[in-house]
Design a protein around this ligand. Structure first.
Ligand SMILES: *Cc1c(COP(=O)(O)O)cnc(C)c1O
Length: 414
């Protein structure tokens, strides 16, 4: 590699070696991206997307044509009956919370089938006066066993007839474990339905979209949800979320997001329609760039002697690369390196803080065009053992690679 300002010869050599070792992995990533691009193209054609769909609407948005079209594009691409894609979702947590409140009623129980859900969902499920528990919705949890679903435990838990829905989390979140592949998820859905065909299966699909050629809704998930400032927004959608799945349930989700009776008939697009369509169109490629960045990060950090998950050539179902750094100082140094190679706020130093919704202090390197967008290069970590950092994103492989080299350099200097 040519000289790069502030990066030592040694780090560059490691980078070079790492990159040449993952050539075949990159080829596989390109193949998946092409398959997904084809799906997205077909969905745009089927929905007859035209310039009329990009018009800004205001007020009630009764005349808004973008809603139905973007919903169709998502549904078709994800192998789902229907989808609800809205700028009104303020985050992934909001979309997931809406999905849960849409289907659960007093007396029902939610079963977390893949262990404790993502940190921000804990407050949705239990605790405050607005949580599911305050509305009389019960909760049960079957922890993972050796990093995989505990089928015996799930079977036992399903004997509780009040269980109305099972939640599966695709991504590893802040756990140092393999993410669930879509085929693993498909198998778990089948297993749950074989025991209790009446139980709805809900998937937290955050970070997973377009990493593989299939999405959980194509394999029988009743609903799944995710964030538009992660994979499916392609880096262009300024905000938003989606819920996709069975038509009847998506309709309940629209009621839960807006108001019963309004459903999908109302809501303006705030001028964001074009960015949502274009972002989704770019998403298969953006995800491929993020995956290459993750693979490069894995190869470099393993070369430096750290445990990584997944391995450079390991199976991937989300865009996250976890690196076990082992100390608070190293986590901070890694995040500083990533932040320094971000387009926005590259001059600031990230520090751990008590973020709303999280139990531990969290550090976040996030210098994104869309604030907090983790399809753009970012790294974060809860400040707890084993001091693993979670890196994701990179709108272009080149920018991602530079960020990883900067992070590696910071670690090398310690
Ligand atoms: C990011 C994420 C969420 C929450 O999304 P926010 O947009 O940060 O609220 C939920 N689950 C998983 C697995 C995530 O990665």
């Amino acid at each position: 590699m040519d000289k790069i300002n502030g990066i030592s010869e040694k780090t560059l050599l490691i980078g070079e070696k790492a990159e040449s070792s993952v050539f075949e992995v990159f080829k596989k990533i390109d193949k998946v991206a092409f398959a997904n691009q084809l799906k997205v193209q077909n969905a745009f054609t089927a929905a007859r997307v035209s310039a009329a769909h990009f018009a800004e609407t205001s007020g009630y948005g009764y005349d808004d044509e973008s809603r139905e079209a973007i919903d169709k594009v998502y549904a078709e691409s994800f192998g789902a009956e229907a989808a609800l894609v809205r700028a009104n979702f303020v985050s992934g947590t909001h979309a997931l919370s809406t999905m849960l409140f849409a289907v659960l009623r007093p007396g029902d129980t939610l079963l977390a089938a893949t262990g404790a859900p993502y940190d921000t969902l804990r407050g949705v499920i239990r605790g405050g006066k607005s949580s599911l528990s305050a509305f009389g919705v019960g909760y049960d949890e079957v922890p993972l066993k050796d990093g995989t679903p505990d089928k015996e435990g799930i079977k036992r838990a399903l004997e509780n007839k009040s269980i109305k829905a099972a939640l599966i989390q695709r991504s590893k979140g802040y756990d140092f474990r393999p993410s669930m592949t879509v085929s693993d998820i498909g198998e778990l859905i089948k297993f749950i339905k074989s025991i209790r065909s009446d139980v709805l299966v809900l998937v937290d699909n955050c970070y997973g979209e377009f990493v593989e050629e299939t999405e959980p809704t194509a394999l029988g998930a009743d609903l799944m949800a995710g964030s538009l400032i992660k994979n499916p927004g392609g880096g262009l959608a300024p905000t938003g979320g989606y819920i996709a799945g069975k038509r009847e349930l998506v309709s309940l989700a629209a009621d839960a997001l807006l108001a019963p009776g309004i459903g999908t008939e109302c809501g303006c697009n705030y001028g964001m329609a074009k960015a949502m369509f274009q972002g989704f169109y770019m998403a298969p490629h953006a995800v491929a760039q993020a995956l290459k960045t993750a693979v490069f990060c894995a190869a470099v950090m393993r070369e430096l002697g750290y445990e990584v998950s997944p391995e450079p050539d390991g199976a991937r179902s989300d865009i996250i690369e976890a690196v076990k750094l082992g100390s608070r100082e190293k986590v901070i140094a890694f995040c500083e390196g990533i932040q320094s190679a971000s387009p926005v706020d590259s001059f600031v130093a990230p520090v751990p803080w008590a973020m709303p919704g999280y139990n531990d202090e969290v550090i976040m390197a996030a210098g994104a065009f869309n604030q907090g967008a983790s399809i753009e290069i970012s790294a974060d970590a809860p400040m707890r053992e084993p001091f693993a950092v979670y890196m994701q994103g990179g709108l272009t492989y080149e920018s991602g690679k530079l960020a990883v080299l900067r992070a590696a350099e910071k670690i090398m200097q310690m």
